[in-house]
Ligand binder design. Sequence first.
Ligand SMILES: [Mn+2]
Length: 371
Amino acid sequence: MRFLLTGDGHLGKSAHLYDSRLAEQEQVWRATLELARERAVDAVIHCGDLFDSRRPSPEVLVAAERPLVEHQAAGGAPVTLVAGNHDVPSLDGPCGPDVLDEAGLIQFVRSPGVLEVAGVPVGLLPWSPVSRLVAAQGGGDRDSIFLDAADLLVKIATEHHDAGAELLVGHWAVSGSSLPSGLPVDDLRETVIPREPLEQLGFAYVALGHIHRPGHFGDGTAFYVGSPMPLDHGEASVDHGCWLVDMHARETEFVPLPSTRFVTVALDDVYFDRVGHVAGAVVRVKDTVGGSDPVDHAAIRRDLLAAGAKRVDLQITIERMARPDREPVLDTDRSLAELVGAWLDQEGVEDSERLLELARGYLAGDRAAVA
Ligand SMILES: [Mn+2]
């Protein structure tokens, strides 16, 4: 039995970046389902966060729906979607995947359980909004709620394994892994499943959405599916695509999918014309300059657009205080007041006598306070 696994498409996110962004998200979703048909997989499993918003707009819904209708018409394998943290029903009604489920295009799973997917028992760990428990307790001790939730998830995974599931699919962070930025997931203030007890259960594979960085970690049974295309500059440095999992051969294959790149350049790259790689990309200029260095934002934008950038954002930080460029004072035999006096002389500060008096008074008061 072979599955195609994907997740974290976040359809509708960053629609403002460029005009064709939503059309491109639809195209990547379509390419994912086309791959499922080309490789003749037995089922497609989406590990959560198909949509970015709980209540996607009609055009975003249709962008998800069109490739699914094509897939079904072409006899593609059934699609199961395990709820992610963006797939939580809002207080005033269902969320996006409910609509697709009702249309008969996907099976949407929001409760944990073991589901026969193409004849294989698959354990499901959809996202559950623990934050509502926190809110219900009026704030309370969030961290202990997260720990309790993590224990419960291990317990549910154990039940799934005991019930015969070989594959576990969910939408959670697992300890000992990290975000695309490198931040350890253990630093997140949310439920993080402890890795060792999960590995000890002995699933053939544990496939997870939520962390947008694809790859195996720990003993290699668990992996994040990652996002099929980068959602922002923070995801530029990791791969994007989907996974093929052969349960019989115990093999996984990551298949990269092409999409618009996110590129960060420095000011010197623009000034010295090292921008050949920005063609077709969403470009961010990130740099720091001294307060006296003029930066011509319009010219930089123009140069990058001329080099083919799809969009240009400038994040130029101006360093306000330059450090004084002089030898450090190493004469430690001198008193603080003497050092202040020498500095005032050196700087040619007017009224240095009065300032020195103030400094002496301050230092005396300070010492008295310390004594
Ligand atoms: Mn996500």
